[in-house]
Each structure stands twice: as C-alpha cells, then as structure tokens.
Design a protein around this ligand. Structure first.
Ligand code: GDP
Length: 295
C-alpha cells in the first residue's frame, strides 16, 4: 500500500513523543530528526523535508500547549496540519470556461497514465452530467489513437481524431467540433515521450497557444518518486501547468511525489489515480491524505 513505510516510521517516532508527559526542546528536535529521515526515506525532496521539519519544530517550540492535548499530541497535530499545508491545504478544483467548451489539455511522459486518465476524467464529467469529447492528439504512435478509442467506447464518450496530421490542427478542429455539437468539455490527449525533449515541448506550446486550454493538467506516475517531481518542474517551467494528476497511488509508492510536488512546483495535485479501471479517479484532498499518512 502507498505510504506504508512512511506511516510506520512516523508512528514509531510519535510513540516516543506520546509516552512523555513533558517535552523538552531536545525531545522535539530529536523527533523531527526522525521525521526528516522518514520523509527522505519516502523519497521526499531534500529541501522540502528540511523546511517541513524546521517549520514544525518552530511551531512546536513556540506554540502554547493546548489544555486538552498532551505535548506529544500537540506536536502530532502540528505535523498533521503542516502535512496538509505541504500538499496544498485545501482541494483545488478545475477552472471552467465562461463560454463552453472548457478545454483540458492532458500532458505527461509516456506510460504515466495520460490516456487512461483522459478517460477517467471524461467518465467523471459524464457522471456529473456533462458532455465531454476526447481528442486524439498523440499522432506519433498509431496505437495511441486506437487506445483512446477503446477507452472512449468503454465509457461511451466520442473520440475526435484526424489520423496523424499536425496535432495543433486536430486540437483546433476538435474545439470547433465541440462548439458546433454541444460538447461542454474537450479533453485533449497529447503525445507523450519517454523523456522530455524540446520538440515535444514546442508542440505542446503550440497547442496551448492555439486552443488556450482552461487547464493544462500534467499526469505523473507516483511510483517514480522524485523523477516525477522533476518532470513536473520541467513541464511547469517550459509550458506552465495548472495542476497535476498523480497516478498509480494504488501501488506501493513511498509517497515522495505526493508530498513534494506542490512545494517544488507551486502547482496543486488535483486528482489521484487509484487503479487501472476508469472509475479509479479521486479528487485529491490534502487533509484526508495527511490523516491517512499519519494513520
Ligand atoms: P500513457 O502512455 O501516459 O497514455 O499511459 P497509459 O494511460 O497507457 O497507462 C500506462 C499503464 O499504466 C497502463 O497499463 C494503465 O493501465 C496503467 N495505469 C494508469 N493509471 C493507473 C493507476 O492509477 N493505477 C494503476 N495501477 N495503473 C494505472
């Protein structure tokens, strides 16, 4: 299960805190040293882990102890609040176009789960009463268009495709098609690559400047930890992203990407993928995730 190692290590550190009636500054510092190691072990970005524990230490030493909590419980409460804050505080919603359709541009490296999550989002929107249109802009692998069609047919959402012509034109035509046919959401499945390269970024920039998406959503694989965070940083710098979809959280990811991506990129996780099925998509709730990590 995701976060298992982290939860276990945090629980061990907190056990010691709870056992003490009074806490000295040294006790808090020792506990935060352990928390920092636990975060690093979970593949959290080094700087993020350091800033996190510094902040908790500062608050724990400075805060008045609340009457109904023991000092140990107080520190755990602060950790919970700061973990929530680290992941963005409150949940972030998708922006909506003033004049439909709302255009969602899905980006990400190959294998991150981009096509699957285009389908998952389409299904979610459909369940919410919308009329989504999926758009096949990954023109470099013929199998990619087919894959999106299979996804579309599973959820009964149409797929707009024009074969392997310039994806910028496909995206532009798809938005026109949506306007003409009353689709209120356009979900553009763009091309992925194994690694970030300039040609890909340029293509994505061209699509962006042509269709002006309401949301550029970056799909990253939680199992790849800090690599996923670095991918998010690069995409954000080259393209500007509005949010992240963190996939494969059903696997045994250590959790580093979930905890670092917001602090490193400034962009929130909006959804998480929790399985291969198209129903396995959840809105990302930072507070719930923090409580889950703390057990
Ligand atoms: P793309 O190349 O980015 O379009 O990635 P795909 O959508 O083809 O997904 C790559 C693989 O990851 C497929 O085998 C998916 O079934 C799988 N996958 C996608 N999302 C999830 C998820 O949330 N959990 C799990 N366990 N597998 C996923």
């Amino acid at each position: 299960m995701a976060f298992e190692g982290l939860s276990e290590r945090l629980e061990n550190s907190f056990k010691k805190l709870r056992a003490k009636g009074k806490l000295t500054e040294a006790d808090v510092k020792e506990a935060m040293r352990e928390v920092r190691l636990a975060l690093l072990e979970a593949d959290v970005n080094y700087k993020v882990a350091k800033e996190f524990t510094n902040k908790v230490t500062e608050r724990a030493i400075g805060d008045d102890v609340m009457e109904n909590l023991t000092p140990g419980q107080m520190v755990i409460k602060i950790v919970n609040e700061e973990l929530t804050e680290l992941m963005g505080g409150t949940e972030s919603r998708l922006s909506i176009a003033k004049h439909p359709p709302t255009v969602l541009m899905m980006c990400g490296l190959q294998g991150s789960g981009k096509t699957t999550h285009s389908g998952k989002l389409a299904l979610k929107l459909k369940k919410d009463g919308h009329r989504p249109l999926l758009v096949a802009c990954d023109v470099y692998r013929p199998a990619a268009i087919k894959q999106l069609q299979v996804v579309g047919s599973q959820i009964d959402v149409p797929v707009f495709e024009m074969g392997t012509i310039n994806p910028v034109n496909i995206a532009e035509e798809a938005v026109k098609h949506a306007k003409d046919h009353g689709y209120d959401y356009v979900i553009i499945d763009t091309a992925g690559r194994l690694h970030i390269d300039e040609a890909l970024m340029e293509e994505l920039q061209n699509i962006r400047s042509t269709v002006h998406p309401n949301e550029i959503l970056l799909v990253i694989d939680a199992m790849t930890g800090q690599d996923a965070v670095n991918v998010a940083k690069s995409f954000n710098e080259s393209l500007g992203i509005d949010g992240v979809i963190l996939t494969k959280l059903d696997g045994d990811t250590r959790g580093g990407a979930a905890l670092s991506v917001r602090a490193v990129t400034g962009k929130p996780i909006k959804f998480v993928g929790t399985g291969e099925k198209l129903e396995n998509l959840e809105v990302f709730h930072p507070a719930r995730m923090a409580s889950r990590i703390l057990g």
